[in-house]
Design a protein around this ligand. Sequence first.
Ligand code: GN1
Ligand code: MG
Length: 344
Amino acid sequence: MNSTALLQLLPPFGINPDSYSVKPIGAGLIHSTYVIHNQYDNPAYILQHLNNDVFRIPEDISWNLRCLQMFLEERGSGYFVPFPLQTAAGQDYVIQEGRYYRLSPFVPGSHAVSVCTSPNQAYEAALQFGKFTASFSGFDAPSLRYTIPRFHDLSFRWSQFEEAARHGNPVRIQHAAAEIRFLAEREDIVKTYASMVLDPTCKLRVTHHDTKISNVLLDEADKGICVIDLDTVMPGYHVSDLGDMYRTYLSPASEEETDMEQVMVRSEYLDAIKEGYLSKMSALLTPREIELLDYAGSFMIYMQALRFLTDHLNDDVYYGARYEGHNLMRAKNQIRLLQSYERS
Ligand code: GN1
Ligand code: MG
């Protein structure tokens, strides 16, 4: 959609588009995101096309966010979450040609970074994600809807992987034999997850499920302001949020890096993440959950390796690929990270 067409999405939100302009931002794999600038060229709103092939029932996202917003209001909690803006008709989005678009306020004085470049940023982000879950303690987490069913269910991801390793693209299966074997030999990680789910002392809480560094807004001094990107907020376990921070902040090189020598664990970041997260969550976690803090990293890195490899074997139907073998490369990257994490 071109800029003029994107700006035409503003009137339903009661905004006259005349003095605004639009610029793409972000590097998410799932949605397209734009910043709407005002006449002084200051950022005013975030406009996002919501991928409803992935989020099949966008109404469930709205339902969850309404419930959470009401909870905060009823409690008189001062906790700030940039919930989406509503249209004059009381909708969280505008639907055009079957495509969902939604608008959020731009948080003044905020910025986001795409790579975590200091232990302080890791600490601040981990504190914000811990605070997010902690702010909803007392809220009945299982009453939230699963906006992507079985999203971080490792047993399910494992069965998708097994299926792809048997019935996926035969040429790719043969070519990725070493990676398939490596992941198959680490089924212990799946077993720990399965036992966690059965353990009543491992709790379902309000979980963000996408704790990468670009989902935290920071101020000029790199102090955390709040978390964003609330589509995957649903019931979940602490290992999801903590683990995805390990997965995405520990290495100076991202999951896109093809030079595996660059993929490594920076131990100062490990301590910073744990410290930031526990500063808000330690009073809530049970002894078994505390025991699983290190497992969180293995859980998330392994699950992402499984998901990338599964997609490669399924001809890149989910993540897409910008070059031949892209998802295999991403899987190799995550395998390398897992090895380095477990040695750290
Ligand atoms: C997807 O779209 P993005 O980049 O925020 C994915 C995450 C993966 C991530 C890997 C809904 O997130 O689970 O960790 O790619 N989100 C969905 O880069 O599948
Ligand atoms: Mg996301």
